[in-house]
Design a protein around this ligand. Structure first.
Ligand SMILES: Cc1ncc(COP(=O)(O)O)c(C=O)c1O
Length: 386
């Protein structure tokens, strides 16, 4: 699997705003719309040609024109060739299952998104895949000390969700490749603008595009991007056969939404910086985490490995009642899960049962509301905690 697949487009010299808008676009055609409209079709006319000759579409489960444009756009940002999936979990499932065989050992983050651990525990182990869990802060040392011997794939999640720890992708990739293991990175919290795992040596970068990439809390999507042609073919075949292909409306909405990714990330990060300033040292707040807060355990590595900050923050309040009081006293911070959207949200993670976190642990997702409004609202809600 060494042949490199063609990377779409060439926006390398442009900034994030330009890349967000122009990714996936071909050259301008007079009379054509600036952004292609969705093509709503399941089967396509075949005519007298056998299917898939001259790039003709045949049946939308395997590919369709709207999906190709969206995949080109996401692949452009990731620096590889993208396959889009119906959800982030469908993308993660493909990344792991398309590469794993019965008897393989894979390493997953013990502190990452809980549904990924459930996927491993409830599904992968049924097919004879041996799963080992290592935490994000521990994985670099684990890999350096030979822990990846006999491992076929290591999945990283950096920054990890929800505790926002960071690991060194390049260092783990070097050790993993020496051991013959593939490296996949769940890049959801960072987004393709915030971190480029493929450039750091990963083999697969995976994202839940339900989060900041689309960013409006109204669509489920996920993707896997790779540079290796064989790996791309493997994943494409897996998607063709298992069928988690996004339809035209989702693909079009995803493409339309990602045009503003740079703007949304900039405001979310500015809001996070202001919120972190408010929360830092506040008597009601413990274990404040944001990888761009000076002194955060993740900040040294994040500042060299990552390209820009985002709006996801975590912290602990005293208990569940304190979280309820905070939410009850706030007008602008909504109680909701997920993150990366235009609305500011607070999620008490222990209520979902999958994370090993205290009852008062919350993940804040800073939206794109005005900074002063968000800070004033949160300050007032913190006052209500007494
Ligand atoms: C880090 C991470 N990976 C994957 C997923 C799964 O994404 P989806 O909900 O789109 O299936 C999530 C969802 O919260 C996530 O936070």
């Amino acid at each position: 699997m060494s042949e490199q697949t063609a990377v779409s487009g060439d926006l390398g010299g442009y900034g994030d705003g330009t890349r967000s808008v122009r990714a996936g676009e071909g050259s301008a055609v007079p009379g054509a719309p600036l952004r292609p409209s969705p093509v709503f079709a399941a089967p396509f006319h075949l005519g007298d040609q056998p299917p898939r000759v001259n790039g003709a579409d045949a049946y939308a489960r395997t590919e369709h024109p709207t999906l190709r444009v969206f995949e080109d756009a996401v692949g452009e940002l990731d620096g590889g060739r993208c396959l889009s999936f119906a959800t982030g979990m469908a993308a993660l499932t493909a990344a792991v299952l398309a590469c794993a065989r019965s008897g393989d050992r894979i390493v997953l983050p013990s502190d990452g998104y809980y549904a990924t651990r459930m996927l491993a525990a409830e599904e992968l182990t049924r097919f004879g895949v041996d799963v080992q869990y290592v935490s994000t802060p521990e994985i670099e040392r684990f890999a350096a000390e030979g822990g990846l011997a006999g491992v076929s794939m290591v999945l990283l999640e950096t920054p990890s969700n929800p505790q926002l720890d960071v690991c060194d992708i390049a260092a783990v990739a070097t050790a993993a490749h020496a051991a013959g293991a593939l490296v996949a990175v769940d890049n959801t919290t960072a987004t393709p603008l915030g971190q480029r795992p493929l450039a750091l040596g990963a083999d697969l970068t995976v994202g839940s595009d339900t989060k900041a990439l689309t960013g409006h809390s109204d669509v489920l999507l996920g993707h896997v991007t790779v540079t290796d042609a064989g790996l791309h073919a493997r994943l494409k075949g897996f998607r063709d056969r298992t069928g988690a292909t996004p339809g035209p409306f989702e693909a079009w909405l995803g493409h339309r939404s990602m045009s503003t990714l740079d703007l949304r990330l900039a405001r979310q990060a500015a809001n996070a910086a202001a919120v972190v300033e408010l929360l830092d040292g506040h008597p009601a707040v413990a274990n404040l985490r944001w990888p761009w807060r000076p002194g955060d355990p993740s900040s040294a590595l994040a500042s060299v490995q990552m390209l820009r900050p985002n709006g996801v923050v975590s912290l602990e309040l005293a208990d569940e009642a304190a979280v309820s009081r905070l939410l009850g006293a706030s007008r602008l911070w909504a109680a909701a899960t997920s993150f990366g959207g235009v609305h500011s949200t607070i999620d008490r993670r222990a209520q979902w049962g999958g994370d090993d976190v205290p009852a008062g642990f919350v993940r804040l997702s800073c939206g794109i509301e005005d900074t002063a409004d968000l800070v004033a609202d949160l300050a007032g809600a913190l006052d209500a905690l007494g």
